[in-house]
Design a binder for this molecule. Structure first.
Ligand code: AMP
Length: 115
């Protein structure tokens, strides 16, 4: 059987995390090593390793990422000041966990994207 990655373990509550939202398609929880005052990860409930593995079948799931990101941003009170949504893909994109996820970062000015 395939070994579960850390996000899969969080989704099925095998390991703990500060889960803010969960439905049939996605789960959102606080990043354990926040890079901004608000740093939340939104992840797919089923394993999609990277953005390269996304297909037409995932349209509803990926649409929901943005809807839930906007809802969480409002709840965290960062919607007016603004925030950044990031998806890292593979090694050059800085992806560490190979389970599709979006970072929601805010709570301070993040400045331009610096490479
Ligand atoms: P990425 O580099 O895009 O793959 O991002 C992976 C993110 O997962 C990093 O920001 C980590 O801090 C975060 N992370 C790793 N393990 C955990 C965990 N157990 N709970 C919450 N966030 C985690």
């Amino acid at each position: 059987m395939e070994k579960k990655n850390i996000f899969s373990k969080i989704i099925c509550r095998e390991i703990s995390a500060d889960i803010l939202y969960q439905d049939d398609l996605i789960t959102a929880f606080r990043d354990i090593n926040p890079k901004a005052p608000t740093h939340i990860l939104i992840v797919t409930n089923t394993l999609i390793p990277t953005n390269n593995d996304v297909t037409e079948n995932d349209e509803t799931t990926l649409g929901r990422f943005f809807i839930v990101a906007a809802k969480i941003a409002r709840k965290e009170n960062i919607d007016k000041t603004g925030y950044r949504l990031i998806v890292n893909c593979n090694h050059h994109g800085g992806q560490e966990i190979y389970h599709f996820h979006m970072h929601l970062l805010g709570g301070k000015p993040l400045g331009p994207i610096i490479i």
